[in-house]
Design a protein around this ligand. Structure first.
Ligand code: SF4
Length: 308
């Protein structure tokens, strides 16, 4: 396939740094306001107690491991677990700078995953300073623009809050990556079974977020993972019947995403022991190949149906 049908982040970073860049998932020891009661309790319905970061390790452990394994590698320190701006600005600064100060392996940038309702003036200013010093992006877990679905999921903030955070971050020149999940349950039917968002609703989410000058987008199917409220309430929930059906939707979504927005993910990455459904979700290579083959078959390209 022509590698340029999709503006993949891996290729973008290789061009930017002249080297392959690896994302190093870190657990900065943060918690989540949607678990400790300050915004909500119980967490988002799809999230396991690991805070969607079962691959992440603490900063010192990760640095040691990677400096031994690939001492010449270049990395983006990815603060992945839970809410990575949920602490006073001084504590955030200390943790982010600990990662940045590492010489072996070399850290060339920072990626910080958070909730849009966990950013304030001091944190925006810190991010702005860091952004001047290193290659930074902030990843916002939005999942859907539909507030009704968000309420069912227990996301505990409105989409308006996300829109305001994106406006503030981008006005300060900070790169934003938005995380959306495809196949979210939006409520239940008369039999008490979970009902997925429609295809039109999912495409609406993509169109809405792409109106802002995003740096990147992250898309993947909903996984039912062990330890999540979803696994307890709706263990058999499966919004896509097959890899083909899912791939078809991803292609339609990416055709709506302007080409200058980098694509950070097109499928989920749940480790197999944690996965309940879809049973095929761990077949990452097959899913990605199916998406790419479909782009070729349609002679399509990311953004060829975008609004701008
Ligand atoms: S998805 Fe993020 S905000 Fe929601 S419960 Fe998990 S860590 Fe907290």
């Amino acid at each position: 396939m022509h590698e340029k049908r999709i503006n993949k982040i891996g290729i973008f970073l290789k061009e930017e740094f002249g080297n392959r860049i690896i994302k190093l998932p870190l657990d900065g020891g943060f918690t989540c306001p949607n678990r400790d009661g300050s915004k909500g309790t119980g967490g988002c319905m799809f999230c396991s107690s690991t805070g969607s970061g079962e691959f992440a390790s603490n900063i010192t452990e990760a640095m040691k491991l990677f400096s031994e394994k690939w001492p010449e590698g270049k990395y983006i320190a990815y603060f992945q677990n839970h809410t990575n701006t949920y602490a006073p600005a001084e504590e955030l600064e200390r943790k982010f700078r600990t990662a940045l100060a590492c010489e072996k392996p070399e850290i060339v940038g920072l990626a910080i995953a958070t909730r849009p309702d966990c950013l304030d003036d001091e944190i925006y200013s810190l991010l702005e300073r860091l952004n001047r010093e290193t290659f930074l992006w902030v990843e916002l877990g939005l999942q859907t623009v539909h507030d009704r679905t968000a309420e069912f999921l227990n996301r505990c903030y409105k989409t308006r809050v996300y829109d305001e955070a994106v406006a503030e971050l981008t006005s300060r020149g900070i790169r934003v990556v938005t995380h959306l999940i495809l196949g979210l349950p939006q409520g239940t039917n008369a039999d008490g079974n979970a009902v997925s968002e429609s295809r039109a609703q999912m495409l609406d989410s993509v169109t809405h977020v792409c109106r802002a000058p995003l740096f990147g987008i992250k898309l993947h199917m909903l996984n039912v993972v062990k330890g999540s409220p979803l696994a307890t309430r709706f263990p058999n929930y499966e919004p896509f019947a097959s890899i083909d059906e899912y791939a078809d939707l991803v292609v339609d979504c990416l055709r709506m995403v302007p080409y200058n927005i980098t694509v950070h993910r097109m499928t989920a990455d749940t480790a197999r022991p944690f996965l309940i459904s879809p049973s095929w979700s761990y077949r990452k290579r097959t899913i990605l190949n199916t998406i790419e083959q479909r782009f070729v078959m349609l002679d399509a390209r990311q953004g060829d149906r975008a609004e701008r």
